[in-house]
Design a protein around this ligand. Sequence first.
Ligand code: NAI
Length: 279
Amino acid sequence: MSPNAGRLEGKVAVVTGAASGIGAETARTFVANGARVVAADLQDAPGRALAGELGDSARFAHCDVTREGDVAAIVDLALAEFGQLDVMVNNAGIVGAVGPIASTAADAFDATLAVLLRGVFLGMKHAARVMVPRRTGVILSLASTAGVVGGLGPHAYTAAKHGVVGLTKSVASELAPHGIRVNAVAPGMTATAMTSAVMAGDPANVEQAARAIAKRTALGIAGEPRDIAHALLYLASDEARYVTAHTLVVDSGETSAIGRTPFHDAPSEVIREAGRRER
Ligand code: NAI
């Protein structure tokens, strides 16, 4: 048992995109901490395998987050199977449209936002539908460092993830008086099928992606799904009861400590007016 076991005792969560990567690890971490979980995904075989691994505490549901009926159904399944919904995790994602802005197809842009932003909107909407009457709940969504600064992801992805940060703030302000917290987590590069497909040309080659990521981070390690799952666990738990409208960046400092200034290695002194130096 992890030393953290029990932080979500008695809670019920829905996790979208739970068949792989961050979503799968979040489902495992939540169950290890006492939660019961509806694991939802487009990919049936790995989703069912995960639910089998987690036993009585989990159910798999096929769900395309771009379809409102599917999203409504996974929320209703949580109520039918486990009696309530305490935590909604809007995690499902794709890389989506890539390439120059001048040649990005409008349909590809729309399809990307349909998963990454409309999907999150639908998750928030249907979670709020059942949380508001109970006056309790936590809604968490996966943003990205590409939702905080430009130049880290493709255009549509970046726009959608900025949208997730904005929607998180907006919905948090509406739902706070109802006792519902709404937050996002913005991971930096994390070794999953998504990054492996791009960095190693093979979604299964997570180890190669992890090695490549580790070379690029300030801490010299690759983000792993558990690093993001633990951030989600904190925000989902009552330990974060005073935290809402927040985007928790988990990125080895990528968006806050870019580069390494030569001043760090300079002799210790004070540089004053006109370059005058004092020791
Ligand atoms: P992943 O590819 O391992 O898992 C994503 C899951 O979402 C897959 O199981 C996939 O089947 C599912 N999915 C995709 N479209 C769906 C749809 N329409 N309906 C339902 N499920 C759908 O990717 P990863 O890395 O675990 O990504 C999870 C989230 O974290 C995504 O929102 C991603 O944008 C975000 N993120 C990931 C980062 C990374 O470096 N891996 C960095 C920043 C954010």
